[in-house]
Design a protein around this ligand. Structure first.
Ligand SMILES: [Zn+2]
Length: 64
């Protein structure tokens, strides 16, 4: 697993980003405190459906 230090997790949708704003939902409510990574490649997968993810990308499992 690659951990990028500057990566922050969006508190609204848990999307992981190195930007100052979430590119997924546009929220600037980001947290540097998060655990675990979900990589979603297929939004039709069971994982994406149970996690309410509707866009491929990297998401945090837990956002502090
Ligand atoms: Zn977001």
């Amino acid at each position: 697993m690659i951990i990028i230090k500057k990566t922050q997790a969006c508190r609204s949708c848990k999307y992981l980003t190195t930007e100052k704003k979430c590119p997924n939902c546009g929220s600037s409510n980001l947290s540097p405190s998060w655990k675990g990574v979900i990589v979603v490649l297929d939004i039709e997968s069971q994982l994406a459906k149970t996690s309410n993810i509707n866009k491929p990308g990297k998401y945090a499992l837990y956002v502090g």
